[in-house]
Design a protein around this ligand. Sequence first.
Ligand SMILES: [Zn+2]
Ligand SMILES: [Zn+2]
Length: 239
Amino acid sequence: MRDDKVTNAVVQINTGMANVFLIRGGAGYILVDTGNPGKEDLVLEQLKEHGVAPDDIRLILITHGHVDHFGSAAALRELTSAPVAIHTLDGDAMRQGIHQPDSLKPTGKLMAFLRRIPALQNKVVPEAAPACEPDVVFEEEWRLDDYGIAGRVLLTPGHTPGSVSLLLDGGEAVVGDVVMGKLMGLIRKPGPPLVAWDLERNWQSLRRLLALSPRVVYVGHGGPFDDLAALAKLGTARG
Ligand SMILES: [Zn+2]
Ligand SMILES: [Zn+2]
């Protein structure tokens, strides 16, 4: 149930390629995703600008096992002492510092094109990141109250097998790459993820998310989006 008294706030931190999110709850802060490798200093600078010290961070939640999302997880854990959490099905990718291997099928022409130019593709998303052994692996949906956040982690598979989203009780959703926003200025409208493990499952996940009536949807690249009708169209046109 939505509770309008809940004062969660989402700060979107642009790290160049991928967004990192600082979530402020009633009783603590967490990070969602960490960007490409080497983004830790930039993230800490941004936290400082928002008056947040490294050891204020109580959890680092990774939406899925792609290098542009967990790339700085090991470094940020070191700097914040916060545990890193990821769904069990994407855990091995982060342990090995590689993209979840079943989730690299291009969904459209742009990624197929990038694949043919490895140097360009590697510039967009590196192939590898420092390995990060997760501190918390989970299979089921869970609430984040223990970390000071009024919200829950939802299972939203499709982009990868272990993709998850965060839905705050105040109505903000942080959905990783279930929906793609802007990438290198090439895509500006909400669109399908560039690669997917199972695109149909991804759209099912999007429909389930939208049925929970989020107020605003934050995505891993570009965004955020508050035109839920446009997002709904995306989910049905392709599903
Ligand atoms: Zn991804
Ligand atoms: Zn991504």
